[in-house]
Design a protein around this ligand. Sequence first.
Ligand SMILES: Cc1cc2nc3c(=O)[nH]c(=O)nc-3n(C[C@H](O)[C@H](O)[C@H](O)COP(=O)(O)O)c2cc1C
Length: 494
Amino acid sequence: MDPLKDLRGYLEWLEDNGILVRIKQPVSPILEIPAILRKVMYSKGPSLLFENVKGFENWKIAGNLFPNLKTLANALSVQKMEEIGERLVEPLNAPLPLEFFDKVKSIREISKISSYIPKKTSKANFTENVIEKDNNPLDKIPFFKTWPKDGGKYGTFPMVITMDKEKNVINMGVYRFMVLDGKKGVIHWQIHKRGSMMHKKALEKGEDKIPVAIIIGSDPGTMLTSVSPVPYPLDKALFAGIIRNKGIELYELDNGILVPSNAEVVLEGYVKTKELVEEGPFGDHWGYYDKPVEKYPVFEVDKVYFRDNPIYYGSVTGIPPLEDAILGKAIERMFKPIINFLLPEVVEINYPPEGVFQGMLIVSIKKMYPGHAKKVMNALWGLGQSSLTKIIIVVDSDIDPNDIGKVIWAVSSNVNPEKDVLIIPNSHSDALDPSNEYPSFGSKLGIDATKKLPEENNGKIWPEIVEEDPNVLKSIENVINEIMNFKSNFKINL
Ligand SMILES: Cc1cc2nc3c(=O)[nH]c(=O)nc-3n(C[C@H](O)[C@H](O)[C@H](O)COP(=O)(O)O)c2cc1C
């Protein structure tokens, strides 16, 4: 199927597939809708469309757009999210085309990439309505207040677009946006993210402001791109094409920023590079209000565009797992082939949703040499946003990182705490980690829960794991079947 064309196309698709519930009762974006979204997400409920938004007559609000991984994969027309990462690494993994037919095939593969390239357009539906700065456009948008002690109203899924004009690269990241008044807000781009990189570059050049656009609501592939840790300088608009299997259309705003033409709402303006103000508190994805409140740059709006009968989209955070956990899993699966390209010894990875993604990663490896587990930890701590992971547990390939019971068994039985635990003090860390002594600065923990080779274990051969005798298993089959067929209230799962 052709990629879903915009947020409305996605909502229609969700409804056709029985995944969308429309809510007619009046509800407020201030605390009420966020509380509903959390309750429904915790109970693995459907996507929601609020049709009667208190205080915002013409607006609808969409929520829980990413209710589970299967829905997102189906919406992107893939069986598994890994297929997306494979689109990137497949051409690199392909054997050298030495024969004529292989050469033709390889040219076809490479030309597929050209279909991911974005195209410029002079038409965009969001130009249907424009509110100029003097009319306080931010007051017209139903931003959420997500928790009682939040410092204000927030855009919670704003796709913030900046451009690196030197490298001709488009950046697009979801960084929450705290509304200060009808004309300005604060953008929470953390220091490790692309938006902050552009900010720093501008400061180095002595620039007082940089053009920025914030869009709200787009097709699912473009929204997923915005939260994806795509290695710089791979263009985010190009990556959206890779996720969607077709390039996106870009519309040029008056400030020179290129935005997806299918956006529902667009805030055009600029960031004042030297004006930093306190942002927060905000109930974030770690389940805490951020402390201390940090300073971030001010975004000033020039104008706001939106479609007729606009639809706002917001996500909510809190004690995990919530909607961002689904997006995190999607990213984990998408990037698994890329991790494998760089670290072929990695068999499987699991960022447990309760581990907040930057909190914990469990990785299984095909261990080949002494110290291999620590090499993998160090490699991951050196790799893009996986470098923000606080705790990495490495297990052998016979342990599935998704089987938490087995992981605990491996940690409990295979770890000699004196030798198999790596603590890296004074490390960079996720900006919001509540255990940080200073923002974005903490420490790391690596646990090598693999079975140790003699070289790692004072020459001692690792004990043998017990295993049933297959002949005995065969001889007891009938008895096992009799037990399984026994009708009882006791649930048997042999
Ligand atoms: C719901 C949601 C909210 C997010 N809020 C922020 C935020 O406030 N600040 C931030 O730096 N990253 C935030 N992120 C993570 C970024 O979107 C993510 O790191 C992404 O890779 C950023 O894009 P970039 O790598 O191109 O900078 C959020 C992610 C989600 C799913």
